[in-house]
Design a protein around this ligand. Structure first.
Ligand code: MGD
Ligand code: MGD
Ligand code: SF4
Ligand code: MO
Length: 877
């Protein structure tokens, strides 16, 4: 066994430290790093199961031109030539990079430098545009710099944590556990502000199920009430905050409790309880994410939150801060190097002094002098033919951008598309002229910055497979080729990530003093001369100390700014689109599933893409649990499995963002959202789209289980695929003769059973005593549990009994997996609660183990307990 390598999780912005011990060439044991301050050894379900995702299934291992495998030199030369020619003919703004918060800081830095300093355009934007850009714009407006003035330690010290538009229990589980620990240890109060009753609400003192998009009204209402109670910190405001003309008159008018409750569609007593909690607890952290950012008024929503913190002086103090929690592992690193089209580099914008300074530092021949196109505009420009060469790195825009149907049309039309990815076939690589095989997590080497500005190392513990190369290497090789004969060579002469890191650190410190204008908090001077061994051994550290602790902000006056922000008009439902579509994440999947989709254990929590519907809406539409239904919006439509949920507000439905053409014939949320964006940040309003819902009838339903990891195209209306141990499970439904599905089965010994009365057809294929594939279809009957059959994929001596779908002593259906670590399903948990009269979450843990490892399922266990007890009471009545 090799020594453990300390690295950082591949997924969310919590940035948990991981201790990875390789146990084979592509095998690793994953544990939480107890010495990492972000998680102190804890990991959530996704981090815990990273080991299941490091195999080579589906990996892109060689440079490809079209479907042809080529040498690196050939692919790099072609990309350099096509970009150079396009620029020569149509100018620098005719090319673009679309990058990602899943790049390392070093990768990001090189891509940004190439575009903004050498190509001379700022057409480099990142998927962080879809994620954090409203927070960035809000920070810049309020503080004069994009600084998150909070850390996880503030969560330990706060007396009140307010989660706004954040499903923390699922999306930042380790932070959620930290909040729950603070509740248990010191009675911290927790308020959740979200239109849906998510699992995050299970451990909260108060849930405000507000009308979507009414957050500005809520925050302004809070501010008006605080002002009325004399709770404004006048001394702090006078010394440290600029208040716009007429601000308090504006807040005082029309923001009383009753009007606010009406706008937000909230019970006034509930709202007042929140106001009182806020008043009682000066140590408040307000943590927000996509429910705030992903709105066409996202920036105003961010500033409405910051206003409240400035007015009460709850900033720069222990346990008091507005806290924008980031999504991706390196969303923050991208912001630090300037990877957004609207920023230049190192927290500098495009002011002429900054352009000149960065140009000097880079010795850049052709500096970009103005912001470039933001993601949605960039893809519009591609569709309109204004951008003619595009390079996509570490993101899947054919799935994740709004109006994804038109994004695909744009990619199709674009004369030259390059994609750097770790996976060979994604919805986006389908449009690539050139594919570059990038190094993946576990192979990559560099740094990431988490939500609280903590920089940590990602370290490799596996060799690069095939011909894969780090993203920074690919970019600098293209840069060197593009610059041939123009003297750019020395600007991209990096040998190691440490070379890039030092340069980035030097740039953050370069002329970063108040005599050059307001000094920037981001200053990594201490790292500017770090040696290679020290870089390798670098411990996690947070930059910026406690920002704004001295009340000095990064604006020219040194004062923070309050902004007069108003509630947007909330539209009444439209006749053709009577519902509102909200979109977001599942607990055990990451984005477009290229990674989490490889882990059988993570697949069983939610096996299919579902549309969550309030029971009253479902009744009106004659929809039952488990039906298929089509969600349509002005931009497109897609099919989902119906899931009834009284945690939805009536009139609102929710779909997940994870499914793609690789994993399902339906369930694509990206095609539904409109390309409408916030005017300041350009961030799309993903959380609110007018929609309609209708049942989709199918004549039969069934499932298909296939051994091996080669994906099959199943010719029917509905087919979704998940990884299972030893193969894949497809849930299917359709019309016409289901016999055609048998074409998906492999060749081998075939056994079948047909029941014409129920229209049931069961076919199994056995190869050398092992199950190779099985198809179950029924028109009116029930389908058996898949669990036992899946187990047969890895069993020996399988025979005709397989058609009975259960063996001697086989267990009843476990139900959807709730506890991933111990593979415990809903039905097993309900049975344990009933049979052993369990009363709380620890009791469930003691009885059957659920929730005792990573803890991600504890909120779900709490909910199952309540529901099971309620059902028992109902049954007793
Ligand atoms: N399991 C998992 N975790 C992840 C990710 C993942 O894919 N899977 N992705 C990571 C990334 S990149 C990101 S950006 C984060 C996102 O993390 P979150 O922002 O927590 O996740 P979302 O599910 O997108 O949305 C959060 C909540 O906003 C609510 N919301 C919708 N409209 C409104 C509104 O008008 N007002 C308010 N107050 N709330 C509203 C939604 O109902 C939803 O519950 O998660 C990160 N962590
Ligand atoms: N409707 C709706 N849409 C949304 C959202 C929403 O809430 N609702 N959320 C938005 C948000 S916040 C986000 S962050 C985006 C996420 O959306 P995307 O960024 O499109 O999603 P990912 O699946 O993370 O895409 C990452 C890609 O990079 C590849 N990859 C992984 N590691 C590496 C690497 O090291 N190098 C390279 N070159 N490639 C790599 C993966 O295989 C994958 O293809 O989705 C956005 N879209
Ligand atoms: S909370 Fe989970 S996904 Fe996020 S960094 Fe930690 S282990 Fe990874
Ligand atoms: Mo994100």
């Amino acid at each position: 066994m090799r020594a453990a390598v300390r690295t950082t999780c591949a997924y969310c912005g919590v940035g948990c430290g991981i201790s990875a011990t390789p146990t084979g060439e592509r095998e690793v044991t994953i544990r939480g790093d107890e010495a990492h301050p972000a998680n102190a050894g804890r990991l959530c379900s996704k981090g815990t199961h990273l080991g299941e995702t490091v195999g080579l299934a589906g990996r892109l291992l060689h440079p490809m031109i079209g479907e042809r495998r080529v040498k690196w030199d050939k692919a790099l030369d072609l990309v350099a030539k096509r970009f150079r020619d396009t620029i020569a003919r149509h100018g620098p703004d005719s090319v673009a990079f679309y990058v990602s918060g899943q790049l390392l800081t070093e990768d990001y830095y090189v891509a940004n430098k190439l575009m903004k300093g050498f190509i001379g355009s700022a057409n480099i934007d990142t998927n962080s545009r879809l994620c954090m850009s409203s927070a960035v714009a809000g920070h810049n407006r309020a503080f004069g710099e994009d600084v998150v003035p909070a850390s996880y330690e503030d969560l330990d010290k706060a007396d009140l944590v307010v989660l706004v538009g954040s499903n923390t229990a699922w999306c930042h589980p380790v932070v959620y556990q930290r909040i729950q620990a603070a509740r248990a240890e010191r009675g911290t109060k927790l308020v959740v502000i979200d239109p849906r009753r998510t699992e995050t609400c299970e451990g909260a003192d108060l849930h405000l199920p507000l009308r979507p998009g009414s957050d500005v009204a809520l925050m302004n209402g809070l501010l008006a009430w605080l002002a009325e109670q004399g709770m404004v910190d006048k001394a702090f405001m006078e010394s440290h905050v600029e208040v716009p003309e007429g601000f308090w008159e504006y807040i005082a008018a029309g923001h009383d409790l009753w009007t606010t409750a009406k706008t937000c569609d909230l019970n006034p007593a509930l709202l007042l309880r929140f106001y009182e909690l806020f008043a009682e607890n000066p140590r408040t952290v307000t943590m927000f994410s996509q429910g705030i950012n992903q709105s066409i008024r996202g920036t105003d929503q961010v500033n409405a939150i910051i206003n409240v913190h400035l007015a009460t002086g709850r900033i720069g103090q222990p346990g008091a801060a507005p806290f924008s929690i980031t999504g991706q592992p390196n969303a923050m690193g991208g912001r630090e190097v300037g990877g957004l089209a609207s920023t230049l580099a190192a927290h500098m914008d495009f002011a002429p002094g900054n352009v000149a300074r960065v140009g000097r530092f880079w010795a850049a021949p052709t500096m970009a002098t103005k912001p470039g196109l933001k993601a949605v505009d960039m893809f519009r420009a591609i569709g309109e033919g204004r951008i003619k060469a595009l390079w996509v790195m570490a993101t899947n825009p054919a799935v994740s951008l709004p109006d994804a149907g038109n994004v695909r049309a744009a990619l199709e039309k674009c004369p030259f598309v390059v994609v750097s990815d770790v996976i060979a076939n994604t919805d986006t690589t389908a449009y690539a002229d050139v594919r570059f095989p990038a190094a993946a997590w576990g192979e990559k080497d560099g740094t990431v910055t988490n939500s609280e500005r903590m920089i940590s190392r990602q370290r490799p513990f596996m060799a690069l497979p095939g011909e894969a190369k780090p993203d920074w290497w690919i970019v600098k090789e293209v840069a060197r080729r593009m610059g041939q004969g123009q003297g750019w060579g020395s600007a991209f002469a990096y040998d190691t990530p440490a070379d890039i890191w030092r340069e980035h650190a030097r740039l953050t410190a370069y002329q970063n003093e108040s005599r050059y204008g307001a000094a920037r908090v981001l200053n990594l001077a201490a790292c500017a001369a770090i040696g290679n061994p020290a870089y390798d051994a670098m411990e996690p550290f947070r930059w910026g100390g406690t920002p704004f602790a001295d009340g000095v902000f990064s604006t020219p006056s040194g004062r923070a700014r309050m902004l007069k922000v108003g509630q947007m008009d909330l539209q009444a439902p439209l006749a053709d689109w009577p519902l509102t579509l909200n979109t977001g994440r599942y607990r055990d999947q990451w984005h477009t599933m290229t990674r989490t989709g490889l882990a059988p254990k993570l697949a069983r929590h939610r096996e299919e893409p579902m549309v969550e519907v309030h029971p009253a809406d479902a009744a009106a539409l004659e929809l039952k649990e488990g039906d298929l239904a089509r969600v349509s919006t002005p931009r497109g439509n897609s099919t989902f499995r119906v899931m009834l949920s009284d945690g939805q507000r009536p009139g609102e439905i929710f779909t997940p963002i994870h499914w793609t053409d690789q994993t399902s014939t339906g369930g694509r949320t990206g095609v539904l959202a409109r390309p409408l964006v916030d005017p300041h940040s350009g961030q799309p309003g993903f959380k609110s789209t007018p929609a309609a819902l209708a049942r989709v009838e199918t004549e039969w339903k069934g499932f298909l289980i296939l051994r091996g990891d080669e994906p099959a195209r199943v010719p029917c209306m509905w087919a979704t695929r998940i990884a299972v141990t030893g193969g894949a499970l497809y849930e299917i439904a359709g019309n016409g003769d289901p016999a055609r599905i048998e074409a998906c089965l492999p060749k081998g010994e075939r056994i079948e059973a047909v029941d014409p009365a129920r229209g049931t057809r069961r076919v199994a294929v056995i190869v050398e005593g092992r199950l190779a594939g099985v198809l179950f279809v029924t028109r009116s009957g029930l389908l058996p549990s898949r669990d036992w059959l899946i187990g047969q994929l890895t069993a020996q001596g399988v025979g005709a009994a397989v058609l009975a779908a259960r063996g001697p002593g086989s267990q009843p259906d476990k139900g959807a997996t709730i506890c991933v670590c111990f593979d415990i399903g809903l039905n097993q948990i309900v049975a344990a609660i009933r049979e052993q009269a369990l009363v709380d979450v620890p009791a469930i843990g003691k009885a059957i183990g659920a929730g005792t490892n990573c803890g991600s399922c504890r909120p779900a266990l709490a909910r199952i307990l309540t529901q099971t007890h309620e059902e028992a009471l109902d049954a007793a009545e």
